[in-house]
Design a protein. Structure first.
Length: 433
């Protein structure tokens, strides 16, 4: 934890990114591939990812060309799983259902071992150690590579609607923050993966007795029993908050709806990651009802909690792909990890790369973004940092079932205990024999 907190506090040490090797082309002409992804269209990840792919195509004109296939985020993992069962996985995959990867993909060697690629490109001096260890199998193979940027998540609030006085959320309990919120609302959502709601719930769990341990110890072995006191108590508090402070469109709202609710002054607080900062830089048609991005403040969650998890799967190359497809996949991973692209990623979406020596140009540009600076530096050595509950649930529960049950919690048809019992029953159904 101490090492992680040093990363969060922007201590950049150890290694300089070495030039990345590129495999020679294996075929004449352009190698054209299609990449299914949810980071397109209205998805917040599209703001950086779509231009990244465009830059890759431009840099490799006449050699490679990637076409993006748009998928919704809540259906992405299932789609990849279906393609895997059909032996039709794309040239490159970002993550996927954790249980399927651990119990089917890795045991059956359905992936290209990235260990030699990592060593040839000196990437061990760049990648986050804990994530690389998570992706390394018992026999030394490396399943996937994650972008080596750590991004603690917390919240934004509208300073024109909420006055915290001389305090920050780190100094306040949830009750104190909600009192300051007054008649204003929170941009909750139940659609897709109930993203903004799950972040708030995670902050509530972390403040319960046993909550930090619950979240910190289940990113690998998922939670299947949600009837434990820390979860039930947090759900009870979430129910009250959604009933009293939930925005009018929270039931059925997807991320775009929640973001619009915040940027139309119909909610004064939204839990989200640093990538949202770009939405507040200028009005590109997303603002309405007098919203002004200059009034947005970045902070930790009440109780001094932030959310981050480095135990996850990143980009991997399916073993069923052709040598030409593998060439493009490795070239794209190498492109993402170039220093200029990593720095562009952090400027666009925030976070810190613990083992990257930053350029002076990056430091200058980063200091100009006051909101990003405030958001990132709200996390201090005293902040409790835990994974999100979404990282601790079986994938199908996190992606769909949790959100599907929330309207029943909001309406009062389910008590917190009933909600947790039903969630546990659905989680048990996901276990693979």
């Amino acid at each position: 934890m101490k090492l992680f907190l040093k990363a969060v506090s922007l201590v950049m040490v150890l290694a300089v990114l070495a030039p990345l090797a590129v495999v020679p082309a294996l075929a004449d002409g352009v190698i054209e591939v299609t990449l299914p992804t949810y980071k397109t269209g209205e998805n917040v990840g599209a703001l950086f990812f779509e231009p990244l792919v465009e830059r890759f195509n431009a840099a490799n004109e006449g050699k490679y060309h990637i076409t993006l296939e748009e998928l919704s985020q809540d259906l992405y993992a299932d789609k990849i799983k279906q393609l895997g069962a059909a032996g039709a996985l794309p040239f490159l995959v970002e993550g996927g259902e954790t249980e399927w990867i651990k119990q089917v993909v890795i045991p059956n060697d359905m992936f290209v071992d990235l260990a030699s690629f990592i060593d040839q490109n000196n990437l061990r001096d760049l990648l986050v150690d804990s994530n690389l260890a998570y992706n390394t199998t018992e026999d030394g193979k490396v399943f996937s590579i994650s972008v080596p940027v750590v991004r603690p998540m917390s919240m934004f609030y509208n300073g024109a609607m909420i006055d915290l006085g001389d305090k920050t959320a780190a100094d306040m309990t949830w009750d104190e923050f909600l009192a300051a919120l007054g008649d204003n609302k929170i941009a909750f959502m139940t659609g897709e993966n109930a993203w903004t709601t799950s972040l708030v719930l995670s902050g509530l769990i972390a403040l319960e007795e046993g909550g930090v341990e619950l979240l910190s110890t289940h990113t690998v072995d998922k939670i299947y029993d949600f009837t434990v006191p820390a979860f039930v108590n947090a759900i009870a508090k979430l129910q009250t908050m959604m009933q009293k402070y939930g925005a009018s469109n929270q039931v059925g709202a997807v991320y775009a709806d929640a973001a619009n609710t915040f940027m139309s002054c119909n909610a004064a607080m939204i839990a989200n990651g640093s990538w949202m900062v770009g939405d507040f830089a200028s009005n590109d048609g997303k603002w309405s009802n007098g919203f002004d991005g200059a009034t947005v403040r970045g902070d930790v969650l009440p109780g001094n909690v932030a959310l981050a998890n480095t135990n996850g799967f990143g980009w991997w190359v399916p073993a069923t792909t052709t040598p030409e497809q593998q060439e493009v996949g490795l070239a794209f991973i190498a492109f993402m990890l170039q220093q200029d692209n990593l720095e562009a990623y952090m400027l666009a979406e925030g976070g810190v790369a613990p083992k990257l020596t930053l350029s002076e140009e990056y430091k200058t540009k980063a200091s100009e973004n006051k909101l990003m600076y405030e958001y990132v530096n709200a996390v201090t050595a005293s902040t409790t940092i835990v994974p999100s509950i979404g990282d601790c649930m079986p994938s199908s529960i996190a992606n769909t079932e949790f959100g599907n049950l929330l309207p029943l919690l909001i309406s009062g048809e389910y008590t917190p205990e009933q909600f947790c019992q039903q969630l546990s029953a659905l989680a048990e159904e996901t276990r693979l024999d």
